[in-house]
Design a binder for this molecule. Structure first.
Ligand SMILES: [Zn+2]
Length: 531
């Protein structure tokens, strides 16, 4: 049986740009649009031409995306003709394949916010759709506050949608603008709408204010809608929009949807999903959500020993889908409750071949437990665990030795009479028979230490050029009589690979130093640097 086509519409660059703290540059927009296009999104909404310089520039030149490049804007203003509305003119002039208009569909908003009549609102929708069609554009209408509007006045809400459809709009999109509608309500209302307008012309735009934007999108599809709007990583105002990064794998991998529907995302593109999700976070300078469904670092992580041994035998026992299909990785956490099977599974994952009766496995397990009582947490520091395992098995060369380091923090007045804090570090490193001394300043003691350590590693320097710290977390632990500090450092290399290392000490500089050292050594191991 032929599958039905379901369309995906991405609004990361328009609605997603409303996220608190997000401010896309033109370069960001170009890069994100490219990622969306590679993923196979059908509609890429670029923004609001005429509303700000970045969006005007973005729409100023022709794009050759596979997906339909879409401009967003308002229908003509009430009381004006379509030909005498500068906002509408900018929208019609934009270099776009499609135009997505937004219009009110709640009579209360028409009266109070727009201060016009229901008839004029319908006329504005009709004229705008007509004008865009005349310019050869595919047309979509976002019906703002559709669900709240429908509850208050179903005839009027439906009339707004129907007017656009009758005038030739390809899609009418039902927006849950306030995000408070629940899945059973969405299903009921979309079912009603699909009696008047074919579902192949109906879309859903959900916001996440009750954390059900994804569920609401699926409810709309079950009721007949055939377009889903959403954003990467659920970006968006307040609690965000429907998260396409969760929706796409569900459509591709869950048989209720996969057997019935076809989407523009190929199996090969799906394997890049985790990478795309993380690349967006990287661009926004945010740490990726570890617990994000499908793509988070913990999405396929297992802790307890009994589960780990079952996963080794058959991963399907504890996984709802195979992590590789979305570009993620299985991970068995090594923790205080670590059983031998966890350790074996983890060694297997990192590619260390060891006989399961090897006495060194028992020793490694003992060392892990011992260090965890001191405050180490290897489940959060994969790279430090790998180094510990490799060292216990005698497989890490002594690349270099830091024979001494010194960090000073100075607080003083600068030439302008402002109070400034300056940190400086000096590090003595021995590589083979050669000793070097490096000094560096930093915005803090750990930054200075990091800069100095990485300034001159002799023959190993070339391996660490692309290494950088992407996150630094500090926790004070109260173990026994004295407080100790646990430092977790996340590093990233030139290939976008990330790893986490750990240090524990009563002294925060010393804890940071351990984590920094592990990060550098891990990079050398990973790069197969010669001893
Ligand atoms: Zn929205």
């Amino acid at each position: 049986m032929a599958k039905e086509r379901l369309y995906l519409f991405d609004t990361t660059l328009r609605d997603g740009a409303q996220t608190n703290g997000v401010d896309f540059t033109l370069a960001d927009k170009l890069a994100i649009a490219k990622m969306l296009d590679e993923l196979g999104i059908d509609y890429i909404e670029g923004g609001y031409p005429g509303a700000n310089p970045t969006d005007s520039e973005f729409f100023g030149s022709k794009h050759d995306y596979r997906g339909r490049f879409t401009a967003f804007g308002m229908t003509r203003r009430p009381g004006r003709s379509a030909s005498n509305d500068p906002g509408l003119a900018a929208l019609l002039d934009a270099q776009a394949d499609a135009i997505c208009f937004v219009a009110k569909s709640w009579d209360y908003h028409v009266r109070v916010a727009l201060e016009t009549t229901p008839e004029e609102n319908l006329a504005s929708i009709r004229d705008s759709v007509r004008a865009a069609k005349a310019r050869g554009r595919e047309v979509l209408l976002d019906c703002e506050h559709f669900f709240d509007g429908y509850k208050a006045n179903p005839e009027f809400a439906l009339a707004c949608a129907k007017t656009a459809y009758d005038e030739g709009a390809r899609w009418v999109v039902l927006c849950d603008t306030n995000g408070g509608t629940l899945p059973h309500e969405v299903e009921r209302i979309v079912t009603d709408v699909c009696r008047a307008i074919p579902g192949t012309h109906v879309g859903m735009h959900a916001h996440n204010d009750t954390e059900q934007a994804v569920a609401n999108s699926f409810a709309a599809v079950r009721a007949g809608a055939r377009q889903i709007q959403g954003t990467l990583n659920g970006l968006g105002e307040r609690c965000g929009n429907a998260n396409l990064v969760s929706i796409i794998p569900t459509l591709k991998l869950k048989s209720d949807y996969a057997d019935r529907f076809e989407i523009g995302v190929s199996d090969a593109a799906l394997k890049k999903l985790a990478q795309i999700s993380h690349a967006l976070d990287e661009r926004l300078n945010r740490a990726p959500d570890r617990h994000a469904p499908y793509v988070g670092e913990s999405a396929f992580a297992t802790k307890a020993g009994i589960h780990a041994s079952a996963i080794m035998k058959d991963p399907a026992t504890y996984e709802h889908v195979a992590p590789e299909r979305v570009g993620n990785k299985r991970k068995v956490l090594v923790s205080e409750q670590a059983g031998k099977s966890n350790v074996l599974a983890e060694l297997d994952r990192i590619g260390l071949k060891v006989n399961k009766d090897d006495p060194r496995i028992g020793r490694l397990l003992e060392v892990v437990k011992e260090r965890e009582t001191l405050g180490y947490a290897y489940e959060a520091a994969d790279a430090s665990f790998e180094l510990l395992a490799r060292r216990t098995l005698g497989a890490v060369p002594d690349y270099f030795d830091v024979t001494q380091f010194d960090v000073t923090v100075e607080h003083r007045y600068n030439a302008n009479g402002e109070r400034v804090t300056v940190a400086m570090a000096v590090v003595k490193v021995k590589v083979g028979d050669e000793s070097t001394i490096s000094a560096a300043e930093g915005n803090g003691p750990v930054n200075a230490l990091d800069q100095a350590l990485r300034k001159d590693l002799g023959k190993y320097q070339k391996y660490i050029e692309g290494l950088r710290l992407s996150d630094f977390r500090v926790r004070i632990l109260n173990s026994g009589t004295a407080a100790v500090t646990r430092v977790l450092i996340e590093s990233e290399d030139e290939n976008g690979e990330r790893w986490t290392t750990i240090g524990v000490s009563p002294n925060i500089i010393d804890a940071s130093f351990q984590a920094l050292m592990d990060s550098v050594v891990f990079k050398l191991v990973k790069s197969n640097a010669p001893a």
